[in-house]
Design a protein around this ligand. Structure first.
Ligand SMILES: [Fe+2]
Ligand SMILES: [Fe+2]
Ligand SMILES: [Fe+2]
Length: 473
């Protein structure tokens, strides 16, 4: 397992100081575990599982092969909360009883504690991109143009791994809902990270950037605001459009994709990197949205409201071109070729994150679909433990009725074995197995899951087997 050396980040906390500061941030009551799977119309509640944070080490840079581990999920959840304290959220039903939560989320203390840990968490969360992306050599405009052409952003047709996973799923509608949930952190507050770059004073390109933001906001006509179109999509397939209702179902990579734009937009030294990523995302969204439209049409048999996606097929042809002609080229003319490596870095980093997210989602759908198989694997793996073929650390746990283990993941495979009682084991949105005494399930490393106790009491064991396949040979 490789660790890249820790890049120097000014003002980033380290070691025990960092650990204590993370614990202090998450001690805010709005970050505690939920007793339900979903957050009901409360944009301030974000489960950060504070009880686990003392055991996590954020003072390092995990390499790509460890970028999906629980520590990363924890970091991305925290970063989402920190960044979004800059945005304005109210419950759909009005503030009502939530005034205290509103104040707790936007309090100076919460914001200050977040800012204190943000540089270290950003290094932890995005530091691996330094290793993944190589932008060397000297760049000029001609080189940039050749590079941009090589990206082939207009290419059509290729279904991503995630899209294939939905189409080939044993439950394509469930998989498609899980997919739409992954976009909610981005699409429900769409263009908010982008809006971070329209403040200030930097000439003509500032107004061009503003035009893109205005488009995203539907020119002030609320029904055409892109987030509003996405709400209609969610509701048309039976999902709620409440902000972060499905917080517990976000995958680490989905949060990373959204946080990446906040990271670049919050730290203006990355302005040109943001521009590269903006160009790439706007340009590739055209074909993505075309594919998404036909996928949703097919999976929901014409019942899904796909205007969010059809609108983007239209508008993002303009946005991609605007980013290139009205932002990238004029900014190079103003500031010189020195900004090109940063533009390219933004494109490459975003591509690396997209690939990661694509793989992560497809793997999660396989994990959900294979629930019955992982339940059956309990038999042989448990036998290997009983026979002494395998020795693994074991935790003995007793939980009462209704106890909900908020979603999380583990760095190695585990075996859950039920001694008595009943557990509902959840592996994704609308995806679960019922585990009774004597039964259990293999839990695949890095896969999001949670559980709730459905009997008066449940006694169970968690065996940290590391690699379950090694138990079968
Ligand atoms: Fe948009
Ligand atoms: Fe756009
Ligand atoms: Fe677990």
């Amino acid at each position: 397992m490789s660790h890249t050396p820790i890049a120097h980040v000014p003002f980033a906390l380290h070691g025990e100081e960092l650990r204590q500061a993370v614990i202090a941030y998450a001690a805010n009551p709005i970050y505690r575990d939920n007793e339900e799977w979903e957050n009901a119309d409360n944009p301030y509640h974000r489960q950060l599982r504070p009880q686990v944070l003392p055991h996590l080490d954020f003072d390092r840079v995990p390499a790509r092969d460890r970028a999906l581990e629980y520590s990363s999920l924890a970091a991305q959840r925290i970063l989402t909360s920190i960044y979004e304290a800059d945005l304005v959220f109210f419950p759909k039903a009005g503030l009502g009883e939530l005034n205290d939560d509103f104040r707790a989320y936007y309090s100076p203390g919460n914001r200050a504690r977040g800012e204190l840990i943000r540089p270290a968490l950003e290094r932890f969360a995005f530091g691996f991109l330094d290793e993944e992306v190589e932008v060397s050599g000297t760049w000029d405009q001609a080189g940039l143009e050749t590079y941009l052409e090589s990206l082939d952003v207009d290419a059509t047709g290729h279904a991503s791994l995630a899209e294939q996973a939905i189409l080939n799923s044993s439950d394509p509608q469930r998989a498609a809902r899980m997919w739409l949930i992954q976009f909610a952190p981005d699409f429900l507050s769409e263009a908010s990270p982008m809006a971070r770059n329209v403040l200030g004073y930097y000439g003509n390109t500032q107004s061009e950037w503003f035009k893109i933001v205005i488009d995203e906001y539907g020119y002030g006509v609320h029904d055409t605001k892109h987030s509003q179109l996405f709400e209609r999509t969610l509701e048309s397939v039976g999902l709620s459009s409440e902000l972060h209702r499905y917080w517990q179902y976000y995958l680490v990579s989905s949060l990373a994709m959204n946080n990446y734009f906040h990271y670049l937009g919050k730290n203006h030294e990355h302005f040109f990197r943001y521009l590269g990523a903006l160009y790439y995302t706007e340009s590739t969204l055209v074909d993505f949205c075309r594919r998404a439209t036909s996928l949703l049409d097919k999976v929901f048999e014409g019942q899904a409201d796909t205007r969010y996606f059809t609108e983007h097929v239209h508008i993002d042809q303009h946005h991609g071109r605007m980013a290139l002609e009205k932002l990238i080229k004029p900014l190079i003319a103003e500031h010189g070729d020195q900004i090109i490596p940063e533009l390219v870095r933004g494109i490459e980093e975003f591509r690396a994150l997209s690939t990661l997210a694509d793989e992560d989602f497809a793997t999660q759908i396989a994990w959900m679909d294979d629930g019955p198989r992982y339940k059956e694997l309990h038999g042989p793996v448990h036998r290997a433990i009983l026979d002494g073929k395998v020795t693994a650390p074991v935790a003995h746990i007793v939980e009462p009725f209704g106890e909900l283990s908020n979603t999380h993941s583990h760095e190695g495979d585990e075996l859950c074995h039920i001694v008595s009682g009943t557990m509902r084991f959840v592996s994704g949105f609308n995806s679960h197995q019922i585990l009774e005494a004597g039964e259990g399930t293999v839990i695949q490393r890095n896969r999001l899951h949670g559980a709730i106790i459905e009997s008066h009491e449940c006694i169970y064991q968690i065996h940290s087997v590391g690699d379950y396949q090694a138990c079968l040979s």
